[in-house]
Design a protein around this ligand. Structure first.
Ligand code: SAM
Length: 301
């Protein structure tokens, strides 16, 4: 039981705080997986939702949602996560096809890409998250006898602390190309931690490496507190996203990477909705308005 692991270790797991957001993404992926026009497939996602006390009663199929697609949380927001999953699946696979063999998932949560994507031979997937989250993931995937399709290395650490030694001790090689992902992570971290992560990724990467991450550009997050997305997430499952987000002004990570010799492309989720023909579109008082997906590539030296 993850709740027990939490009490034993004192580490916040999926049953509390930011960890529960990993369950929210898992529920969204479960719903997406079983749509007739699914953008991404994650057969493991529903098992996390069904196993955790914190997500008791959450839907794992859109037909379990009384308002279906009209539900702001399990309709539009879940579709957002489905789209994000697909776009970042494509990014990672493209990066390994271009030569990277090391994949680093920062704030991996209940991401099962190591198990569900077709990695080329020789790939290693490093998954960094807090101990409670990784322990829960291990327990659920172990119960399913899930087999990874790449070498998988979970690393339990806090991304606000110094995690470089943990990664290199686990076998990460800074001299070989790598691809990094921070999906749904930076909003929860203090500015200083985001800046340090950008610096660290730059320091640990060689030319030909790639990095995708998500940011929110809103200057005043609280201006969106009455948005349908935030109010339904709080009312329906008790997660106060605005309360979990770090409220500090965000650093210019894109400018920072560009200054370090990376090419960057900043896209809105809506760009990909249009590309794929499904996903969220802008709405009034839209909590997704400031979300940006950043794709960065380090120029070969
Ligand atoms: N990237 C995953 C995905 O998209 O499925 C999980 C996203 S979830 C919204 C955010 C994840 O970041 C959680 O699993 C949480 O435990 C992790 N996280 C947040 N703050 C962290 C920290 N300081 N150190 C390590 N992990 C952290």
């Amino acid at each position: 039981m993850v709740g027990m692991a939490d009490r034993k270790t004192g580490v916040e797991g999926v049953d509390g705080g930011v960890g529960v957001t990993a369950l929210l993404v898992a529920a969204a992926r479960a719903i997406e997986t079983h749509r007739h026009d699914a953008l991404a497939q994650d057969v493991y996602a529903e098992h996390f939702v069904l196993a955790a006390p914190a997500s008791a009663g959450w839907p794992v199929r859109i037909r379990q949602v009384p308002d279906g697609d009209a539900d702001p949380l399990w309709g539009r927001f879940a579709r957002y996560f489905g789209l994000r999953t697909r776009v970042l699946d494509d990014f990672l696979l493209e990066s390994v096809r271009s030569g990277a063999r090391q994949v680093v998932l920062l704030g991996a949560g209940l991401d099962t890409r190591a198990f569900r994507l077709d990695w080329p031979p020789g790939c290693v997937v490093f998954e960094i998250d807090r101990e409670g989250v990784l322990a829960f993931k291990h327990e659920v995937l172990g119960g399913l006898s899930a087999t990874p399709k790449a070498a998988r290395v979970p690393i339990a650490t806090d991304l606000r602390a110094d995690w470089v030694a943990a990664l290199t001790d686990a076998g990460f090689d800074p001299a070989a190309p790598s691809v990094w992902l921070a999906e749904g992570l930076f909003f929860y971290l203090p500015t200083v931690a985001e800046t340090r992560i950008i610096d660290t990724v730059d320091r640990l990467t060689t030319g030909g490496s790639a990095f995708a991450y998500e940011v929110k550009l809103e200057k005043d997050l609280l201006a969106y507190r009455e948005s349908r997305l935030y109010t339904s997430t709080k009312r329906q499952i008790g997660i106060d996203l605005l309360g979990l987000f770090d409220g500090e002004p965000r650093p210019d990570s894109v400018g920072d990477l560009a200054g370090k010799g990376w090419t960057t492309s900043v896209r809105t989720p809506f760009d990909f909705t249009r590309l794929h023909g499904r996903g969220p579109l802008p709405e009034q008082n839209d909590a997704l308005e400031g979300n940006r997906w950043v794709f960065a590539h380090k120029r070969p030296v």
